[in-house]
Design a protein around this ligand. Structure first.
Ligand SMILES: [Zn+2]
Length: 180
């Protein structure tokens, strides 16, 4: 990872959205979309609020970009072809596929997603899978990776704080050690 790169600045912005998700009781994942050096959309996970499992940060942001007539003035096959995504967690298979179908230019993410990762952790939807027309895209992880992991841990350790604490979770402590 090239520290001091502009990628870290954009990832800090994505992390701010993840913090907002955490404060709202959502799995803390945040993202920004960047076009020609500026952020054109910021979003965070809203699956609990909307009771809708498709409301991942990436799809929330894509919806707002496509709705905005200044950002999406013409109908084109690949409306994200000059746009990059910065997201705190590797996009899931659903989002990775949507991003490819919309021609995203590049993706930068924080930590991997062992359960649903669509950019290599579970399936390489971004470039490993051949597709007759949709072009592959590069997805590069490791930007603010430790912060991305720690904020997820903060969520999973505090969720259900209002519910009776099961014995197995009663002595949970926040692990701050991160394995490579
Ligand atoms: Zn997703």
């Amino acid at each position: 990872m090239d520290t001091g790169s502009p990628h870290l600045r954009w990832m800090e912005e994505a992390m701010t959205m993840a913090e907002e998700a955490l404060a709202a009781g959502e799995v803390p994942v945040g993202c920004v979309f960047v076009r020609e050096g500026s952020i054109i959309a910021r979003a965070r996970n809203r699956t609990n609020e909307l009771r809708n499992a498709t409301r991942h940060a990436e799809l929330e942001a894509i919806d707002s970009i496509l709705r905005d007539k200044e950002l999406t003035s013409t109908i084109s096959k690949y409306p994200l072809s000059n746009t990059m995504l910065y997201v705190t967690v590797e996009p899931c298979m659903m989002c990775a596929s949507a991003l490819r179908q919309m021609g995203i230019k590049e993706v930068y993410y924080g930590c991997g997603n062992d359960r649903f990762g669509g950019c290599g952790s579970v399936l390489g939807v971004n470039e490993m899978l051949d597709h007759p027309s949709h072009p592959p895209y590069r997805a590069i992880g490791g930007y603010l990776r430790e912060e991305a992991i720690l904020i997820l841990r903060r969520f999973y350790i505090t969720e259900n704080t209002n519910a009776p604490v099961p014995k197995s979770k009663a002595n949970r402590v926040l692990k701050t050690e991160i394995l490579p």
